[in-house]
Design a protein around this ligand. Sequence first.
Ligand SMILES: C[S@@+](CC[C@H](N)C(=O)[O-])C[C@H]1O[C@@H](n2cnc3c(N)ncnc32)[C@H](O)[C@@H]1O
Length: 315
Amino acid sequence: MHEGHLPVLVDEVISMLAPAPGSLHIDATLGGGGHTERILEATNPDGRLLGLDADPAALARVEARLRARFGGRLVLRQANFRELATVAPAADFGAVDGCLFDLGLSSYQLADRERGFGFRAGGPLDMRFDPSRGVPAAELLATLDANELTALFRRYGEEPKAARIARAIVDSRRVAPIGSAEELAALIERVLPPNPRQPRRTHPATRVFQALRIAVNEELEALEAGLHAALDLLRPGGRLVVLSYHSLEDRIVKRFIQSERRGCVCPPEVPVCVCGRNPRLRLITRPSLTPTAAEISANPRARSARLRAAERLAA
Ligand SMILES: C[S@@+](CC[C@H](N)C(=O)[O-])C[C@H]1O[C@@H](n2cnc3c(N)ncnc32)[C@H](O)[C@@H]1O
């Protein structure tokens, strides 16, 4: 096991994907390659895996760490998983046995002070998974008005004090732009001082940071697109496994699986199905899986993880 990013719920992921020799898998969120490594081990000697990440640093890291061991069995592409429908067939992964999404950011990204993901990052407040595309977080903070910032923190962070924080940001940027994650975290700490009667379990800026990251990377839209594409790529019997880390992501995954289990999308008042859609997924995890206390103490990042898995039906 390598040290940079410990893969979360890795035994459970392997048991849900049930990878066999000769099979084809997609890891849509390569990160440090921890899950990829286990899948390639389990599909020895001839299983192949397509690994995607929006972040070029993740691909370089996995290339250096795993290429010599797995050779041509490991296929790497820098891509957003919202483009899976075109990227996978172009890489000869048009019909696969399993697809994994391990959402959010890796410990490498969090630790990189130049990326702006962590509260103590002194570098630019960027937060893009792919630093060559989209709008950095600092630009959102500099250009959105107080109402837009409030809506963003509410929608993507479920932050109850969104309006107060947004006003403080607008006041502060009149004096000087908010350039780093560290400055933003310090500003939020000033706006939301500790309440001795309600000790905090997380940093007061957690929800705002989550909201900015989701907005910058259009994470929820990408997830919707990625799940639909993955389902189309799965062979009958193929497995979809998703690890999510907060309720907004998990809600999308849960609803997606529910709707594909049901198939029919006719409104309830229609007496006989006219849409003709058949169920395309069978749920495997009921209820969803969460890490044990032992895993959380060994890897605190696993704390909020939730795993949902489903199997592709022949429809
Ligand atoms: C939690 S980490 C994955 C860790 C990995 N499973 C491991 O064991 O090392 C999530 C990774 O997904 C990438 N990512 C997030 N959203 C993405 C998207 N829409 N398309 C492609 N990669 C994405 C991030 O850049 C990050 O490297």
